[in-house]
Design a protein around this ligand. Structure first.
Ligand SMILES: Cc1ncc(C[n+]2csc(CCOP(=O)(O)OP(=O)(O)O)c2C)c(N)n1
Ligand SMILES: [Mg+2]
Length: 190
């Protein structure tokens, strides 16, 4: 599975009133270019913070399900947020880490994520369930079978793929657009 697969499956297997919060670098850039939407939150620049921002949104508005797309190096930078998520236990949160073992948005140097078992860690700190997925079908099934979180998915991905994406543009407008989206009532409560 490549980054392009994970981005596509998250964007197309989630519900239209789910929030998607995407980490720094190519993950945000690819989501912005291929699947930009009012429900998306991009975290350009602030590597590591996507899980904290996602948790904050999930706690503030329990009517929306929040899906975080994290990177392995980003998650390693802010592992403490997993403890906070595990202790607050938001039912509407799904935390996905796109684990390619590298700082892929830079020069692909190793992140050393191979020595960390994110799933075990998530379980230990209180996430309701965890799973590791290595192909498109398994990722899709895991998203579609979400029945309440906090859930944690390790999506094992290979390096490679397009890199020539633009950074998300007009961030203030994106923020206003997201706030308008959040102020509307979602169709179905979780
Ligand atoms: C605090 C901070 N440090 C470094 C960077 C530069 N940077 C942007 S993306 C990235 C790599 C992120 O790796 P990972 O989270 O594994 O995601 P991937 O690029 O592999 O998709 C780095 C080092 C940054 N934006 N912010
Ligand atoms: Mg990575």
């Amino acid at each position: 599975m490549k980054r392009a697969d994970v981005i596509e499956i998250v964007a197309t297997s989630t519900q239209c009133d789910d929030v998607i919060v995407a980490t720094t670098g190519l993950i945000s850039r690819e989501l912005f270019e291929r699947f930009d939407s009012e429900r998306n939150v991009y975290i350009p620049g602030s590597m590591g913070l996507v899980s904290s921002v996602g948790l904050g949104i999930a706690l503030c508005d329990t009517n929306h399900r929040v899906v975080i797309i994290d990177g392995d190096a980003s998650l390693l930078m802010n592992l403490g947020s997993m403890v906070t998520i595990g202790s607050r236990r938001p039912k509407n949160l799904l935390h996905i880490v796109l684990d390619n073992g590298a700082y892929a948005s830079c020069s692909e140097e190793s992140s050393m994520s191979g020595t960390a078992n994110f799933g075990l860690l998530a379980k230990d700190v209180g996430y309701k369930y965890t799973a590791t997925v290595g192909d498109r079908e398994a990722l899709k099934r895991a998203i579609l079978s979400f029945k309440g979180g906090p859930g944690f998915l390790s999506a094992i991905t290979e390096l490679g793929g397009r890199r020539d994406f633009r950074r998300p543009q007009k961030l203030k407008e994106i923020k206003r657009r997201f706030m308008r989206f959040m102020s509307r009532q979602p169709k179905g409560k979780i």
